[in-house]
Write a new protein. Sequence first.
Length: 354
Amino acid sequence: MAAFWTEPDFDDHEHVQVVRDRMSGLTAIIALHSTHLGPGAGGTRYWHYPEPKDAVRDALRLSRGMSYKNAMAGLPLGGGKAVILADKSGQKTQSMLEAFGDSVNALGGRYVTAEDVGISEADMVTVAGRTRYVSGLPVAGENAAGGDPGPFTAMGIYHGIRAAVRHRLGKDSMAGIHVAIQGTGSVGTGVARLLARDGATLTVADINDERAAGLARELGGKAVPSEAIMSVECDVFSPNALGAILDDDGIARLQAPIVAGGANNQLARQEHGAKLAARDILYAPDYVINAGGIISVAMEYLAKRQGEPSDINEVRKRIATIPGRLEDIWRESDATGVSSDAVADAMAQKLIGR
Ligand code: NAD
């Protein structure tokens, strides 16, 4: 592999570190994209990568995404991300997580971590045994926010879908609006439940057919095979599973005037934002609409630094600003003809001084 700073995904990241701990077998990469607005915040992913270079790329791409996401959410935080490389056995041990915690601690607060794919709340408790630069920890008390970010992410996406329906379809009510949801995990299920309360018509899909069927039964919607969800004729397609689904083939299959969902990195490549616009599909940039979780995690962390619990009402208030940010993006996109993803990127870059 060529030097990582010659990779296309290297974007003048401030700090990229390989962490090796022989005793525990830990191999991890910590990437700090920008600390212009504050400490670089973003979760830790535990994943088996076919090649080490894929892990480097993921860390570079995801940490830049966190800079953009945190800036657009109005948080006093920069962007960072860590990946722990799982070996084939997938053994994630306590000593690995402790060694990882030590390496986060050694950065002295320039990087703040939390859960991401493959890392649980319990894992973060282990990491927190070695460093205080951690968020997403379990919380107690009715008004305390924090812990699993999934429900807060879902809340933001729900608000964002409503804003998209207002903007594109001119409707204030979700009654009878047909939403096709890809992925019925933590985020997809939360979005579906909130939409069902408003009378939306739901079609759901998951590679775990039973999970999708169970949610459809619970909410009175329909479940379809996962291969079919992107071609369902509907008002909103909401991707809440994998990234890179909006490629040439995926975009060609869509039969929806709106794409608005929580999956990270939905566009396979940058050009796919313009391809969506060319099909006159309104796109909610993923890192803007899915910021609810990081808002909760950030508020938890910032409150903890003040020795206070995070206030759930403050978190809700901030999540409710997501539609306004989306409206700004869509208005500028409508006025200039620049696709919404490119408008969002330019706004984020300005905020982080690039
Ligand atoms: P999750 O693991 O709880 O759920 C993902 C679901 O998608 C699973 O049920 C899985 O079976 C399903 N799935 C996987 N591949 C699929 C496919 N090809 N077709 C249909 N379903 C498929 O994860 P989550 O926390 O709900 O996150 C969902 C997405 O949202 C991810 O892309 C994640 O990166 C992103 N995201 C999550 C959060 C959060 O707070 N959890 C925040 C921001 C972004």
